[in-house]
Design a protein around this ligand. Structure first.
Ligand code: PLP
Length: 447
């Protein structure tokens, strides 16, 4: 049967694919009436092409996940080979890509993180992390922070702090929110927000299984805390008998110019969740890695968790090829170097455009926060009174960049810049020139 969907949102001259998609596919996180998907026909390196033949620099790496760039032969070949040899065997069997990817993750993650549970998304990686923390500690509560996103399913949306959680509330019991290290926009200084968490842990008594954080916050505005924040957070959590879970779904795999966000702070968490850059977005793949100690605990307690596609051979082949490519192409130090350059270029934009309140971040993980009043740091208004993660003005800036040949996403008054790691300084210059034009839109919208 045919669904009834208005195609008012589609542009004139929409392609057949765009029409079919609009009619038969649910758009994520959207009012379906407003969905208007653009057909993409391909990508190569840091660029992709739409059905009308236009080419764009992918300055957000799609959903901050295309860390390796588009259409890398190494990954495509590894996936095709595995699909031909045996696309799927149940998790009770093993395959070389799964075992080798497990070994590889123990190698590239810090400290004694050593055993991995595989899944198919960041959401599932976080769900597994929460379950493991609860089983290991025998406690139920999870403290996470307001300016965070951890996933869309019941547990992971309950520990998510941003407005996307609101439709799912009250959510899973025992999900408690703490303030964030957000120097630009919070009334608390970052290290004060940490003392607050210390006090929360004290007041909750010995009932908290874990503190869950993005080491560098991603979709909530690219917030990197001071150097001393994460080591102290681990200390505080452990003092209160809670684990530290680092959600590296967005900040992992070279994004910050280090392998993982927690490496920026020299911290090894007890549990780490990963996805996105793990496969460079070539396959749906999530992973949750735990320390030796936690792994050992499950020798004698049943690990009561799993999915049909846990450790899917083709996805693991993609992951193994992607992580090997980061190593072979020295992409982590490349991201560090070009990331510094990107930071400098964004500072130039901040100096020039009064509507840029702050640029911040590390490596190739940068935010440009806009304001309509730089003195009072007033954000541009939200789109509507609907649950909203953005503002019309920031959307207009993204749209203007698109007109200039650059794809850059945004959330909550902040442009989110997270390009594929192989991006060059010339590509950065090209994208920054487009942002320079686009930011005239927000300058003009100021009070
Ligand atoms: N955790 C973080 C930090 C994320 O940024 C995301 C997605 O953006 C998730 C978890 C959920 O991942 P997925 O969308 O793959 O389920």
């Amino acid at each position: 049967s045919d669904t009834q969907s208005s195609d008012d949102a589609l542009p004139e001259g929409a392609t057949e694919t765009e029409r079919l998609d609009k009619q038969y596919v649910f758009g994520t996180w959207s009012y379906q009436s407003e969905v208007s998907p653009t057909e993409v026909t391909g990508g190569s390196g840091v660029r992709f092409t739409t059905a009308d033949g236009s080419e764009y620099i992918d300055f957000s790496g799609q959903l901050m996940c295309s860390n390796l760039g588009h259409s890398a032969d190494t990954v495509a070949d590894a996936m095709a080979e595995q699909a031909r040899e045996g696309a799927y065997f149940a998790p009770g069997f093993t395959t070389e890509p799964r075992a080798k990817l497990g070994e590889k993750l123990a190698e590239v993650t810090p400290g004694n993180l050593s055993r991995t549970f595989f899944s198919t998304s960041g959401t599932e990686a976080v769900e597994a992390a929460i379950k493991i923390a609860r089983m290991y500690t025998g406690k139920q509560k999870i403290i996470s922070r307001y300016r965070s996103y951890h996933g869309a399913t019941a547990g992971s949306i309950s520990v998510t702090g941003d407005p996307r959680r609101l439709m799912s509330e009250p959510g899973v019991p025992g999900s408690i929110k703490a303030p964030d290290p957000y120097a630009y926009g919070s009334t608390l200084e970052p290290m004060e927000s940490l003392e607050y968490i210390d006090e929360m842990l004290m007041l909750e008594g010995d009932t908290v299984a874990a503190v869950l954080v993005e080491p560098v916050v991603g979709s909530n505005g690219i917030l990197a805390p001071p150097k001393e924040y994460l080591p102290r957070l681990k200390e505080i959590a452990h003092d209160h008998g809670a684990l530290l879970i680092c959600d590296e779904v967005m900040s992992g795999f070279g994004r910050t110019g280090e392998w993982f966000g927690c490496d920026v702070f020299d911290v090894t968490p007890d549990i780490m969740s990963m996805a996105k850059g793990l496969s460079g977005a070539y396959a749906p793949l999530g992973a949750t890695i735990v320390t030796d100690e936690i792994a050992t605990h499950f020798e004698d307690e049943m690990f009561c968790h799993g999915h049909t596609y846990a450790g899917h051979p083709v996805a693991c082949a993609a992951g193994l090829a992607a992580v090997t490519s980061y190593q072979d192409q020295d992409l982590i130090s490349h991201a560090n170097r070009v990331g510094e350059y990107l930071g400098e270029r964004l500072e130039e934009l901040a100096a020039k455009h009064p509507s840029v309140g702050e640029t911040r971040g590390v490596g190739l993980f940068r935010g440009v926060e806009l304001t309509k009043d730089p003195d009072e740091r007033v954000p541009f208004g939200h789109r509507s009174d609907k649950i909203s993660m953005g503002s019309t003005v920031v959307d207009e800036v993204s749209a203007a960049a698109w007109e200039e040949g650059v794809y850059v996403g945004n959330m909550i008054n902040t442009l989110i810049i997270a390009p594929p790691l192989p991006i060059t300084e010339d590509d950065v210059d090209e994208a920054v020139a487009a942002l320079d034009v686009a930011l005239e839109v927000s300058d003009a919208a100021m009070d």
